[in-house]
Design a protein around this ligand. Structure first.
Ligand SMILES: C[S@@+](CC[C@H](N)C(=O)[O-])C[C@H]1O[C@@H](n2cnc3c(N)ncnc32)[C@H](O)[C@@H]1O
Ligand code: SF4
Length: 327
């Protein structure tokens, strides 16, 4: 671990807003080749790819961050310059990562991405081995599993890191356990369990918070037996920060990450795409990240985020005292 990483890790633990975000997520495309029921992607007709020249200009502003997640609401591998963007990120000394539905990650693409310096690939898989019935998440696909298994054999050592991200829906805990077992059997590096954002869907439901705790515990035990790491929003932080999030229910996203739209707007999160904190063609990253708008957003995040608890331990109203002490 180099000195910068040690300092930024200390800041993460002690809950100081770091000098720059640790991680940025960039909107590469919002086009997709699937239409998963739970997905909150844009309405048809508003689909766009980031222009490669815009990507290059934005990258000039990102020096100093550690991770670039080239993922948004859409399938990143549909962007015609995706491999070039990964290579560009890597050359800048920033770790490129992305999440994918896995349908297009064939052997040729795997080789190109590894040559380009990809550091982390997340396969979004919500069900394996079930062929019928209702799916709210990514539908089962043999092709995706074949692509995942061939990547695990093809990579050298543990680079890129290959993990699975899976969403939990009410009534579908067995599918989630199946995904963890599958990941253990095939040597996946870990499974991240996401709390589903039900958006405006009346169909998709979540387990109660207490049921969720039990399911996550069981998934963790399955993972332990299989020798793989299973984590969720509950395991995201350590030390003092973990205590703060557990007891005060702040959103960790707003202290480490930014989301960048295809037009260079910086917003706090992929769900707040209109809440512009600044634009990377007009302001530098540090001005935006430590600027008044971002500070005010952090202080008043419940007013902007409503009851969103996707990355939090648990949603809770704040008292005035909590608001004053914490922000
Ligand atoms: C929006 S997708 C984009 C990348 C790629 N197309 C994929 O499916 O992985 C990124 C992640 O968001 C998750 N996701 C989609 N809809 C969600 C929702 N309503 N709540 C929580 N996570 C969601 C997906 O499961 C996926 O892991
Ligand atoms: S979750 Fe990913 S694969 Fe599914 S529709 Fe959304 S962007 Fe496409």
């Amino acid at each position: 671990m180099n000195l910068n990483k040690i300092i930024s890790e200390l800041k993460r633990i002690t809950f100081v807003v770091p000098r720059l975000p640790v991680r940025a997520q960039i909107e590469v495309t919002n086009r997709c080749n699937l239409s998963c029921k739970m997905c909150l992607k844009l309405e048809e007709g508003t689909y766009k790819d980031i222009a490669f020249e815009n990507f290059e200009s934005i990258m000039e502003q990102l020096s100093g961050i550690q991770i670039l997640d080239l993922t948004s609401w859409g399938e990143p591998l549909l962007h015609p310059n995706f491999v070039e963007m990964v290579a560009y990120t890597s050359r800048k000394g920033i770790e490129p990562h992305f999440a994918t539905n896995g349908t297009l990650l064939d052997a040729k693409m795997q080789k190109e991405l590894i040559d380009a310096g990809i550091k982390g690939i997340i396969f979004s898989i919500d069900v394996v081995g079930r062929k019928s019935g209702e799916f709210f998440g990514h539908p089962p696909s043999k092709k995706v599993l074949d692509n995942l298994e061939s990547l695990l054999k093809f990579r050298e050592g543990k680079t890129p890191r290959v993990s699975i991200s899976t969403c939990l829906y009410e009534g579908f805990a067995d599918d989630l356990f199946g995904v963890v077992e599958y990941a253990g059997m095939h040597g996946v590096d870990g499974v991240n369990i996401l709390r589903v954002d039900i958006g405006s869907s009346g169909e998709i439901k979540r387990y109660s918070w207490e049921e969720e705790q039990e399911i996550l515990k069981e998934a963790g035990e399955i993972g332990k037996k299989a020798g793989i790491k299973v984590w969720s929003m509950f395991e995201a932080y350590r030390g003092y920060r973990k205590w703060v999030y557990r007891d005060r229910y702040l959103c960790p996203q707003t202290y480490d990450s930014i989301y960048i739209t295809h037009e260079g707007d910086v917003v706090p999160c992929c769900k707040l795409s209109k809440l512009k904190m600044g634009n990377l063609f007009e302001n530098n990253l540090s001005e935006i990240w430590l600027g008044d708008k971002f500070c005010s957003f952090r202080k008043n995040q419940l007013d902007y985020c409503g009851k969103c608890d996707i990355f939090k331990y648990r949603y809770k109203e704040w008292s005035e005292l909590e608001r004053n002490i914490l922000c």
